[in-house]
Design a protein around this ligand. Structure first.
Ligand SMILES: C[S@@+](CC[C@H](N)C(=O)[O-])C[C@H]1O[C@@H](n2cnc3c(N)ncnc32)[C@H](O)[C@@H]1O
Length: 209
């Protein structure tokens, strides 16, 4: 495991409880997010994985919309919390950098606010992995922080708990180009202004040909 992955895993283990509290009620107050996830739920037909599922609330929401979904997260504590909260769903520990999923086995894959912790030079390999595990016609949805290029060393995370993960902010177009370069067709792109100057929220729909 790289130093980055180890730092991200340890940090999310440490903030798992506080993060769970932070996201509780988030979807209820965010109609745009519900609209994007709702569109994804209508587009997919078959098994879906959420990669970087955290405490499982996005997977649970998609399941409530009829999606056959499982969650995968790097942080074991996140997976424990997700399993306890949503015992009807399957959650496993794993990394998007080495997905243990069979080629062409998914109809859909969602990575929701989880890719920004990877150094940009690892994204081509991650997106190639997403492409590998999707069946032809399979749908990809990425939600991500985006904006002016920035590299942020975390020090205090949710609830003030010390963290050591880094975040890598990239322009939306660069993320779109990397997804396209991995072999996907881009089907929709939504860029919403962020709460900080120079930042945005990207929702990117893509499809494997
Ligand atoms: C900001 S949280 C997002 C969680 C959830 N998707 C949500 O929207 O609330 C980022 C999550 O991505 C996970 N993560 C970070 N790097 C990962 C990787 N390489 N593979 C799998 N999960 C990863 C973290 O452990 C954390 O739970």
């Amino acid at each position: 495991m790289t130093d980055h992955l180890a730092a991200t895993r340890a940090s999310y283990d440490a903030v798992a409880e506080n993060y769970t509290e932070f996201v509780s009620g988030l979807l209820e107050g965010n109609p745009m997010m519900r609209a994007v996830l709702g569109a994804f739920a209508e587009l997919v037909d078959g098994p879906v994985a959420e990669i970087g599922c955290g405490p499982g609330h996005i997977s649970s929401h998609l399941a409530s919309l009829g999606v056959e979904i499982r969650g995968i997260d790097l942080a074991p504590r996140m997976v424990e919390i997700a399993r306890a909260a949503y015992p009807e769903l399957v959650f496993e520990v794993g990394s998007m950098t080495s997905l243990e999923l069979a080629d062409g086995s998914l109809a859909g894959l969602i990575a929701w606010y989880s890719i920004h912790h990877l150094p940009p030079d690892e994204l081509p390999g991650v997106f190639a992995g997403f492409h590998r595990v999707l069946a032809p016609g399979g749908r990809l949805l990425i939600g991500s922080h985006a904006g002016d290029e920035d590299r942020i060393q975390g020090s205090k995370g949710y609830g003030g708990v010390p963290v050591s993960y880094e975040s890598f902010i990239q322009p939306p177009d660069r993320i779109v180009d990397l997804v396209r370069a991995a072999g996907f067709t881009i089907t929709a792109e939504l860029v919403e202004p962020g709460t900080k100057p120079g930042r945005s929220y990207l929702s990117l729909f893509a499809q494997k040909d």
